[in-house]
Ligand binder design. Structure first.
Ligand SMILES: [Zn+2]
Length: 574
């Protein structure tokens, strides 16, 4: 029942190394997008080893006063350009790895490159910080750029690279777990897939085997997580952060603290969990017809295109680009990394969408979600403001998901009401689960001596407290969420941004034009506002305001009680 949410790969975008500012000048009309298709893309030709050697030499010469002024800046700009190429290569290598996680060469290529990029990033930031003190470059570095560089410098350091290498190895071990975990039972070994797909198993035998498999997975993944917690806490401590949660919140460019998130979770529990429980009943009523349907990829994608471009016509260009250039992968074989993500090949001006087309209902909102990220990358060109804040990026995605609900008749025809019920249910699920996973991780990283038993118990307690246990979500299932391993403290962004996305949905019910404008304002952001200020600016309010949450809950209940979809055109507001 657990729905896996996407992982947006943003990572550190080193813009400040070249001294660039917010790109008011960025013009989507003139933006470069490679004419090549994904299958024709090779490496950019940048050599990571060579670039590292060059960057080290440059830093040494700047430190010793041998390289100064304009010449130093030009050298740094050239190294930064090469860094962007390597990031592009790493993003491509990651896609290759995710298509087949059993391929050791792909995995090694990605691991090696990502570590080299971390090192290169540290060196370039150090060099840029030294140049900020060069009087000849005073025009280049204004106070805002210097602050941004210092903030970036605080997030990493060459001294933590061995820890980052260890962290990546543990994440890789988790990623390999799904198809390398063998349960020994009844004189043979079983993988999870074999248990799920064996038609000869009786219901009792299946339950017995699958329960044992879940136990084994929880033990193995749990042990990896305990190691990760130790390594990650050391990273946070070495970099001088009060807690690992604070460090991660800084990495994810948040304008709220772990304590603010805990408060948000408390308000969500009080106001929205009761709505979720009510919707759950509606969802079970709607699920039969919806989950019995099979959605063929090609015609459904065409209908999805019609629906998202009806939400916002400017989305037709990124959609057409994605399809005509093969900048997506919707395959569905067992060797793939589970889950969905969107990434960006900066050097080629091309975003890439990775998900799986299973043909069931959930595929559709998942792909629309990813396409919200895709459109943002395409239209903003990987601009730091647009890509930097995870919370804003998740409004791009979840906002589009919920605004498209208002066009569900285009996609689902007579199933559109059932699909709307299901989507609203999943929206609230994402919001609540965002709170649960963050509270769980805050607990896990704060334990002096965490144990698997304590983690399982706390997760079970939180699920019960937030109404997720009614879905059959239980204590062991936290180990199935890849974000907890790959990108800790990511999940609260689903909650924070979903409150704004629900505002968009409710606004769209009343006034579709106003909702479209608000969404476009967030999507094309260029003003550098942080998340909470940006949502206020777009007319969506502060996602952390408890009164606003209560109002959202109230309005959702009212719509559901009114029967929901009859005021779609915004002509009635009962
Ligand atoms: Zn997302």
């Amino acid at each position: 029942m657990k729905r896996f949410l996407c992982l947006l790969l943003i990572g550190l975008i080193l813009c400040s190394g070249s001294g660039c500012k917010r790109s008011e000048a960025y013009d989507p009309e003139k933006a470069y997008h490679t004419a090549r298709s994904f299958s024709e893309l090779g490496d950019t030709g940048a050599d990571a080893g060579l670039e590292l050697a060059r960057a080290k030499e440059m830093l040494f010469r700047i430190e010793h006063g041998e390289l100064t002024g304009r010449h130093a800046q030009e050298t740094l700009d050239a190294r930064t350009e090469a860094y962007q190429k390597l990031r592009t290569d790493a993003a491509i290598a990651y896609v290759r790895y995710c298509r087949d996680v059993t391929n050791e060469a792909n995995k090694r290529a990605y691991d090696t490159l990502s570590l080299q990029i971390s090192e290169l990033s540290c060196i370039l930031v150090d060099a840029a910080l030294l140049l900020t003190k060069d009087p000849a470059l005073k025009d280049r570095y204004d106070p805002e750029t210097i602050e941004a560089l210092k903030a970036e410098d605080a997030l990493s350091d060459l001294s933590v690279l061995p820890l980052i290498e260890r962290e990546r190895a543990l994440v890789g071990a988790y990623e390999a777990l799904s198809d390398r975990l063998f349960l020994e039972r009844g004189g043979r070994t079983w993988t999870g897939d074999e248990i799920l797909s064996d038609p000869t198993l009786s219901p009792e035998a299946f339950t017995d085997l699958y329960e044992a498999y879940l136990d084994l997975f929880n033990r193995e993944a749990g042990a990896i997580c305990l190691d990760l917690i130790r390594v990650r806490r050391e990273i946070g401590e070495t970099l001088g952060y009060g807690s690992y949660a604070e460090y991660r919140y800084a990495c994810l460019d948040r304008d709220y603290s772990p304590d603010d998130a805990a408060l948000l979770s408390e308000h969500v529990r009080e106001t929205l969990v009761p709505v979720f429980i009510k919707l759950q009943r509606d969802f079970y009523g709607a699920a039969g017809a919806l989950y019995g349907a099979v959605f063929e990829q090609e015609p459904t994608m065409k209908r999805m295109e019609d629906a998202v471009t009806a939400v916002l016509p400017m989305l037709s260009e990124p959609w057409e680009y994605m399809i005509s250039h093969g900048m997506y992968d919707l395959g569905n074989d067992f060797k793939r990394m589970p889950g969905s993500f969107t990434t960006y090949f900066a050097t080629y001006g091309a975003p890439f969408l990775f998900s799986a087309w299973t043909g069931d209902f959930e595929t559709i909102p998942t792909v629309i979600h990813e396409f919200g990220h895709y459109a943002s990358f395409y239209l903003n060109g990987g601009d730091t403001d647009a890509a930097g804040s995870l919370d804003l990026a998740e409004i791009d995605a979840q906002g589009l998901e919920l605004l498209t609900v208002l066009r569900y008749d285009t996609i689902y025809g007579e199933l559109s009401e059932a699909a709307e019920t299901a989507e609203l249910f999943y929206a609230l699920y994402a919001l609540i689960d965002g709170c649960v996973e963050d509270a769980f991780q805050q607990f896990a990283y704060a334990q002096p001596e965490p144990t698997l038993e304590a983690l399982n118990a706390e997760y079970g307690r939180l699920c019960a407290q937030f109404g997720l246990d009614t879905l059959g979500t239980e204590a062991r299932s936290w180990t199935r969420i890849p974000h907890t391993f790959q990108s800790p403290f990511y999940y609260i962004s689903y909650a924070a941004s979903m409150t704004a996305a629900l505002e968009l949905y409710l606004m769209g019910k009343r006034d579709p034009e106003a909702a479209r404008d608000a969404y476009r304002t967030v999507l094309l952001r260029r003003n550098g506002l942080p998340f909470r200020k940006m949502t206020e600016y777009a007319g969506l309010g502060d996602p952390f305001d408890p009164d606003r949450l209560a109002k959202t809950a109230h309005e959702l209940l009212r719509i559901r009680q009114d029967g929901g979809t009859d005021d779609l055109n915004g002509t009635k507001d009962r």
